[in-house]
Design a protein around this ligand. Structure first.
Ligand code: NAD
Length: 493
């Protein structure tokens, strides 16, 4: 097989001059530019103008005016209609969006179609449904009634205002849609700062939002590196920061935001665990780890990176997984027969290569373990066997296609091993022993525990981390509190 042909629309979009999307218009005027690199070929595919200080200010001001004006006056029903229309347009232009995202991120074209298009549309539709269902409560105060007066109280859930959304590079459209959907359905407006590695596709989404009827200023995009993000979160008109990215950046953002008492939710990294119990169906575990551990070359925040396996099953599991990995094709992510593409960018490639070195020094490499020579940021999907939980690959997030396996003997030891990490994003238990799974779930320190699955998100189920993996939850009904303020109204009559 070979690469799918690029659509005319994809090629035309790449040739445009790119920068910001502010108050309904594209702008590409700043002197400072940066390159967008195709991680599969290392070719420069576009240049982006970084937002100037004035452009960041203009974006926030236009979001503020839209919050006070057009969007503030838009009915909840219409907000939902507009989000549904955006979801429709993302599907309508899905192939163009998928191609652009694969070119920027190296994600296989199948994954771009599934996550950046279909899942993005699905999450937007979920949030669209919430727009008419955000309500307060009524209460009856117990104040004394001296002259027959009565009291009643109610709460209003009011949109918080301008949100700054700061994005990572691994799912740049889908994660953007989580933040757009949550902000717009609650009546907030949003300024997004995409990752400098994947700044392109979201500009196409912004144009579709305008076509869907999102009023100018409700959704703005400013591009650039960390300094642009820093300017956004320090602005006095930004009332909430929604950040997804690394723990190190999250801590800096949290410190800056809290200095001004700006609300801040943080979706950060993890060192996620899969626990394979003695009775597990090993073929099912192999399928699950292959699909969900190595998906997008392991560049998934919730993906399992360390697997504790009952000692009686570890050889069977690693042997079968190695066999499955050796059958999967590595190559161009635009080739539909390919399963593993490149890592998304050069710093990420260098980081994973360093962890592969560490794997050879500290642990036992059972499969893969090398970078692939030639153009592009390709590495082999890797299986490592660890003998101690203190080994680097059992503790640090690689965010790459390296899964470390370690044997355990009993349940008490297993719980200690699972919780032996500063992170707490996700875990999974693989078993048909329901009693054991139910006993373990309350003892596991992580935001999500899956049973016989891993990494799969649904908009109805809250998602977020404990410990150093973050603060706050996206989806479910949990997101509503973070995008709204409660106003209490007390009446005497
Ligand atoms: P990163 O922290 O390097 O960058 C994230 C974003 O922050 C980028 O847009 C970057 O430009 C911006 N930024 C950097 N410094 C900043 C500063 N001082 N002020 C404001 N903005 C700043 O993360 P990344 O490498 O893009 O993403 C990978 C990380 O994201 C991994 O650790 C992964 O686990 C995590 N992640 C978490 C989730 C989740 O939902 N928990 C989802 C995806 C990725």
């Amino acid at each position: 097989m070979s690469d799918i042909p690029l659509l005319d629309a994809t090629q035309a979009f790449l040739k445009q001059d790119h920068g910001q999307f502010i108050n309904g218009k594209t702008k590409a005027s700043g002197d400072s530019t940066f390159d967008v690199i195709n991680p599969s070929t290392e070719a420069v595919i576009a240049k982006i103008h970084s937002a100037t200080t004035q452009e960041v200010d203009a974006a926030i001001e236009s979001s503020y005016q839209a919050f006070k004006g057009a969007w503030g006056k838009t009915s909840p029903y219409t907000r939902g209609v507009v989000l549904n229309k955006l979801a429709d347009l993302i599907e309508q232009y899905g192939e163009e969006i998928a191609q652009l995202e694969t070119l920027c991120s190296g994600k296989s074209i199948h994954l771009s179609r599934m996550f950046e298009v279909q899942q993005s549309a699905m999450f937007l539709r979920y949030f669209a449904g919430w727009s008419t269902k955000i309500n307060g409560e009524t209460m009856t105060p117990s104040f004394p009634s001296m002259q027959g007066e009565e009291y009643s109280a109610f709460t209003r859930r009011e949109a918080i205002g301008v949100v700054a959304g700061i994005l990572p590079w691994n799912f740049s459209v889908m994660i953007a849609c989580w933040k757009i959907g949550a902000a717009l359905c609650t009546g907030c407006t949003i300024v997004l700062k995409p990752s400098e590695f994947t700044p392109l596709t979201i500009l196409r989404i912004a144009a579709l939002a305008k076509e869907a009827g999102v009023p100018d200023g409700v959704l703005n995009i400013v591009n650039g590196k960390g300094d642009v993000g820093g300017q956004l979160i320090q602005h006095s008109k930004v009332r909430k920061v929604s950040f997804t990215g690394s723990v190190a950046t999250g801590k800096k953002i949290s410190a800056t935001a809290s200095a001004d008492l700006t609300r801040c939710t943080l979706e950060l990294g993890g060192k996620n665990t899969a626990a394979v119990l003695k009775d597990a169906d090993i073929d099912r575990v192999v399928g699950g780890l292959f699909q969900l551990g190595y998906i997008h070359q392991g560049q998934v925040c919730a993906a399992p990176e360390r697997v504790y396996v009952h000692s009686s099953r570890i050889d069977e599991l690693t042997t079968k997984l190695a066999q499955k990995l050796s059958e999967a094709k590595i190559g161009s992510p635009l080739d539909e027969s390919v399963y593993f593409g490149p890592l998304s960018n050069e710093p990420q490639f260098n980081k994973v290569c360093e962890y592969l070195e560490v794997a050879h020094q500290e642990s036992r490499v059972l499969h893969g373990g090398k970078a692939i020579k030639g153009e592009g940021f390709f590495v082999e999907p890797t299986i490592v066997q660890a003998s101690s939980v203190d080994e680097t690959l059992m503790q640090e997030e690689t965010f790459g296609p390296i899964i470390s396996f370690m044997p355990y003997e009993d349940e008490e030891e297993l719980i200690d091993l699972i919780n032996n990490t500063p992170f707490g994003l996700s875990s999974s238990i693989w078993t048909n022993n329901l009693s054991q799974a139910m006993r373990m779930i309350p003892q596991i320190e992580s935001g999500t525990v899956w049973v016989n699955m891993h990494s799969i998100l649904d908009p109805s189920v809250p998602f977020g981390g404990t410990k150093q993996s973050g603060v706050g939850r996206e989806f479910g009904r949990e997101f509503i509190n973070d995008y709204t303020e409660v106003k209490s109204v007390i009446m005497c009559y």
